[in-house]
Design a protein. Structure first.
Length: 245
């Protein structure tokens, strides 16, 4: 019993905020994880919105290019995509800058992580949002066009509000995916939560303590996210009922 208490005390000491505890490092990693997830999610939703409308209303070339983009991203493992985009694309950018007579640039880990995961998210978001748009009754859109609304006005006043209830469950899943995908950035040495936990565990050899702590932090983030999306979904469905749809 005393041994168990001693082990628990030692684990809590390792997780303390101040040195020799590693709590501050874990929280810094959690902050980086949330920052990258939010940025990548925003980029993904932007790309997904453009991709969804492009697939539905674009020309043949646009639809073919978007189909290639979504197929490749969804077919290739995300870890491989991260390595390709992080190293190869960064090298291509620097090679282009050198060819134009400019100096090489060092892309920050946060910016690179956001863009890499954002491109991955964009492919999945394209399909989620495309399906949500297709759930909007065609008669609603035709009536708006008959009233002389421009395509942008139709999208803002008709399509986007009506597609939201159908899109939210998929958008919530994409958020959960991107929060977990941030852990893959550890392979390129970015100090998000998993990388910070791995460094702490490697230094102290307390692997169970730190990886369990990382798991608990991811779980807490997921629980909070579920509550937020549940409130958003309730708001969207309530608005739909008020509209009589």
């Amino acid at each position: 019993m005393m041994a168990d208490g001693s082990a628990l005390s030692a684990s809590l000491d390792l997780l303390a905020y101040s040195p020799p505890g590693w709590g501050a490092n874990l929280l810094r990693g959690l902050g980086n994880t949330v920052l990258i997830a939010l940025g990548a999610y925003g980029v993904g939703m932007f790309l997904g919105t453009l991709g969804a409308f492009g697939k539905l209303y674009g020309g043949p070339l646009t639809r073919d290019l978007l189909g290639l983009y979504t197929t490749l991203v969804r077919a290739i493992p995300e870890l491989v995509l991260i390595l390709i985009l992080y190293f190869a694309v960064t090298d291509l950018v620097n090679q282009a800058l050198l060819a134009l007579g400019y100096a090489r640039i060092q892309i920050s880990g946060v910016a690179a992580g956001i863009m890499v995961l954002g491109v991955v998210q964009g492919a999945y978001a394209t399909e989620v949002l495309r399906g949500a748009i297709q759930s909007v009754p065609a008669g609603q859109i035709e009536a708006a066009r008959a009233m002389g609304m421009s395509p942008l006005l139709v999208a803002r006043r008709i399509t986007l509000p009506l597609m939201l209830p159908a899109a939210i469950p998929g958008m919530a899943n994409l958020w959960m995916i991107v929060t977990k995908d941030t852990a893959l950035l550890a392979v390129v040495g970015f100090n998000e939560l998993v990388q910070e936990s791995r460094q702490a565990a490697g230094t102290t050899k307390a692997f169970f303590t730190f990886f369990m702590a990382a798991g608990v932090l991811f779980l807490c983030m997921s629980l909070v996210s579920n509550q937020i999306f549940a409130r958003i979904e309730a708001w969207a469905n309530k608005g739909t009922k008020r509209g009589g749809i």
